[in-house]
Write a protein that binds this ligand. Structure first.
Ligand SMILES: Cc1cc2nc3c(=O)[nH]c(=O)nc-3n(C[C@H](O)[C@H](O)[C@H](O)COP(=O)(O)O)c2cc1C
Length: 191
């Protein structure tokens, strides 16, 4: 079994990546494979309502969106998905929003192939907007009929500069418990 972690922060090696990889550690302890996908800071474009995905029904975007399509391809091969974003202006990053609106529409047209797969959001935040960002990502999982495991707290890590999130003991522990709960769920629903 494999979990795909998608980093929607443009900052490589930053707090969101650290949080995703903390969830990975707990998953790997349970012998679940992990795959990291860097999406933030790449060339991703939001939906332009061309409706080609609605006609083709193949789950992909039919505009110039190679990175998003590659990510969709990886998602379709995964047994669970983590989407991580830092808070930007009290919400997810623009890249994360572009990814979600395109992927959700294209996958919806293809009959929601991620149905019944676990999905979890992970948020890095300095001070405000984490719950809003967390909800934005969960909307993607819920409308795709995915299953959302919980943790000891909402999946949030606090920090501003690169690596600062490591000092947030409760945030790091929340990621560990999330990984454990995701592994438990994956084993229960193994297809
Ligand atoms: C453009 C921009 C907007 C931000 N907006 C917020 C915000 O609204 N609330 C907040 O608490 N932190 C905000 N931050 C801080 C980041 O959420 C924080 O530094 C986070 O840890 C970055 O994660 P990363 O290292 O994965 O990129 C913002 C940072 C940037 C660059």
């Amino acid at each position: 079994m494999k979990v795909l972690g998608i980093n929607c922060s443009p900052r490589r090696g930053g707090n969101t990546e650290i949080l995703i990889k903390e969830v990975f550690k707990a998953l790997e302890k349970e012998n679940i494979k992990t795959e990291f996908f860097q999406l933030g800071g790449k060339n991703v474009n939001g939906c332009i309502a061309c409706m080609k995905c609605r006609k083709k029904k193949d789950g992909f975007c039919h505009q110039k969106n190679e990175v998003i399509n590659k990510c969709i391809e990886r998602m379709l091969k995964a047994d669970a998905i983590i989407i991580g974003s830092p808070v930007y202006h009290a919400d997810i990053t623009a890249d994360c929003k572009a990814f979600i609106e395109v992927a959700s529409y294209a996958l919806g047209a293809a009959g929601k192939p991620l149905k019944h797969i676990p999905g979890a959001a992970v948020i890095a935040v300095r001070r405000g907007g984490a719950i809003h960002a967390f909800d934005s990502i969960n909307h993607f999982f819920l409308i795709n009929e995915m299953i959302v495991p919980g943790s000891s707290y909402w999946n949030i890590g606090i920090g501003r500069e690169k690596g600062e999130v490591l000092k947030d003991e409760e945030g790091m522990s929340t990621m560990k418990v999330l990984g454990e709960n995701m592994a438990w769920l994956m084993k229960k629903i193994k297809r």
